[in-house]
Structures are given as C-alpha cells and as structure tokens.
Design a protein around this ligand. Sequence first.
Ligand code: HEM
Length: 402
Amino acid sequence: MSESLHTFTTMPAERQPGCPFDPPKELLEAREHGPISRFPFPDGHQGWLVTGYDLLRAVLADQRFSSRKELMRHHWAMDLAGMEIPPPPPGEFLLMDEPQHGRYRKPLVGKFTVRRMRQLTERVEQVTAEHLDAMEKAGPGTDLVTAFAKPIPAVIICELLGVPYGDRGRFQDNIDKFLSGEVGDEELIAAYLATQTYLAELVAAKRANPTDDLLSDLLDSDFTDEELKGIALILLSAGFDTTANMLGLGTFALLQNPAQLAALRNDPALIDTAVEELMRYLGIAKGFQRVALEDVELGGHTIKAGSMVVLSYNTANRDPERFTDPHLLDLRRQEGGHLGFSHGIHQCLGQQLARVEMRVAFSALVKRFPTLRLAVPAEEVALRPETADIYGVKSLPVTWDA
Ligand code: HEM
C-alpha cells in the first residue's frame, strides 16, 4: 500500500459558504491527494473513498462491488454506526445485485427507452406551459421550486405510472421526508410506512381496475403485489425528487452564471449540451456506496472482501484529469461521460425521461421569463443538507419584470 495514501475523516463534509454548486472542500482535497483514500467508518470499519473519475467508473462497472443493502454500513451517522441494515423490500432493486436486480430491471427497460421518452415530449411541453402560464398569471415573484421544479416531474411520473395526481397529498410529503435528509428516525419510519400503505392500496386498485399505464402493464408480469409496491416506490421517489432538484438547483446555477444563461437564451440549440453540463457540474446524486464481495485490486490497492467503498460521484465529475476546467460551468462543453446518472448495471433507468423533462422545462423557462432573477441574495437560498441523498435547493425565490 502506498505510504502517501490519504485518510479522509470528514463525513458528512459540508459545502463552503458561497459555493453552493461545488462539492465540499474536503472531498476535492481528498481527490487532489489521489483518486482513492482510506475512510475510517464511525463503527471502526476501515473503508475506502473513491473521488477520481476513472476509478469510480471502474468500480461501477465491476460486479465484484455489490449494491446489496444488507451488506452496507452507515458511513456518517454516529448514532447508527454498527447497526445492522435489513435487506431491501421486494422490488426495490437499486439495492440488489444480479440476478435479483435484473429480474426487476429487465421488464422495465423497454418502458424507458429514448424513443418512448421522446414520445412524451409533447405532454411534457404541455405540462410545462401550464405551470409557466400560472406563474405569469399570478404576476412577478414566486418560489420556483413549488411553482415549477417540483410539479412538472411529479405530474409526468404520476401519469406514466398511473398514480392519480390528486392523491399526491398522500405520498409527496412523505417521500420528501425520507429524501430530504432532515427528519429523525421516527418520522422517517412513519413516512415510509404511510407511503407503503398508500402504494398497497394503489396496487390493489390497479388489480381490480387496470388502466392504461406502466403499473397496470406490469400486472401481467410474474411480480407479486409486494414486488409491484416496491417497484412503484422506487420509480415514484426517483421520478419525483431527482429531476425536481435538477430543475431547482439548475435554475439557481444559471441565474448565478448570467453569461451562460444568456448563451442558452440566444441559442436554444445549446439545450442538449447544457443539460449534460448541468448534470456534470451540479452532481446532485452525490454519492452511493458499494461493498467488495471478494478481494479486488483497485488503483494499486487491495480492497479486501467486505470493505465498504464510498463513491463521490460529484467529486469525480470535477476531476481535472477527465474534464478541462472542471469547476467551470460551460454549457458548450463537448466532453461527455459525466457520472450524474451513474454507470454500470444500476445506471439510471429514468435518465431519458429526466433528459426530456430538463430540456423542455429549462428551454421554456428561459424563453418565457427573459428577466428572471433571484428575489433574495444568493446566500439566502435554502440548500438541502449534505445528509440528503439528493442535493438541491429547498426553495428558490425568484422574480421578473411584468
Ligand atoms: C436528473 C434526474 C435524475 C438523476 C440525477 C438520477 C440519478 C440516478 C443515479 C445516480 C442512479 C444510480 C445509483 C447507483 O449508482 O447506485 C439512478 C438509478 C435509478 N434511477 Fe435515476 N436519476 C434521475 C431521474 C430518474 C427518473 C426520472 C426516474 C424514474 C422514472 C429514475 C429512476 C431510477 C431507477 C429506477 C434507478 C435504479 C436503477 C437500477 O438499480 O438498476 N431516475 N438514478
């Protein structure tokens, strides 16, 4: 083992004041020491932290690194250190390995193809226009998260799955709770159980009365109702929260980079590279973990079987060995391959949907509100804490000229 191996000890590392878009300084410093660091866990386990692009991609492509929930350890919460983690409920395949993972994922892949998602463009345009109309009608001054970033992906994922949008009061706040990183264990469990109850009722209702949607389509597969509940939960929570945070934080980043915003407004054809660059630059899905199933050589080190590997996706997306001027938001950037949607077998299933939503929503917003600006000083914009799995803004007060 190399003697200069860096040990990373700050978790969760916080963002620097005034730098809401950059990964925490300690993570960037760890990467400067090298693509892999030692990472002692609060329960005494000696884990690893990967911050370099090439190594991180190699881990994601290697099935000797497992995603199984029950093999994981808590890596920052002192009070949870050493606590055993139960296996994921049936259907929640993000935290499973093959062959269980593929059994769930395969029947879904065809429902999220580029072609299928492009067909949704018109509907996404309509929903976006309705929300922008409502903003315009209400007049200058709104919270962009409530008026725009959250409802657009929420309506679309509900329609796709066949979840009545009118029911969202029964699950949206609860899903927010378990993704916000801000509520205690008791509240978290209550929110999770309430969502489970809602989804059980929904699956039963679809069985009794199938409709034309993804959940009803899956009734013909060999999945049990328990499994369908798990699949619905993973799609609903991923579909709600991730794109919403990209739209909120992405708009904040554009407003803070006026030359880039102007470039996009003047050249709408920039939208495809703009979306990829915002995904790279913002890295809202900041990090996940894997665990080595056997001894694996990685970057000149032996990762022993059973060792935890914490993966810092957002730091890897700022790796200067992979991206030129990595800390610069450049909507014209041609260097693809960011890890914002991950890589390997767990690579985001909904990425084509997210792309369609982001392309349509950002394009329409910058066109419709050319004078859009923050209504509060940038330092007052409320950010999600680093304990949240998905980073973003909690609210984004904006205004514009009537
Ligand atoms: C900009 C928005 C999005 C971001 C940043 C994002 C990010 C990610 C990332 C990083 C992973 C992989 C995690 C890992 O490596 O273990 C993932 C997986 C996943 N995402 Fe997304 N996602 C987004 C939108 C969506 C949408 C709209 C959907 C739903 C329809 C979705 C559904 C899923 C599912 C089902 C998985 C699990 C895939 C598997 O384990 O095979 N995502 N996403």
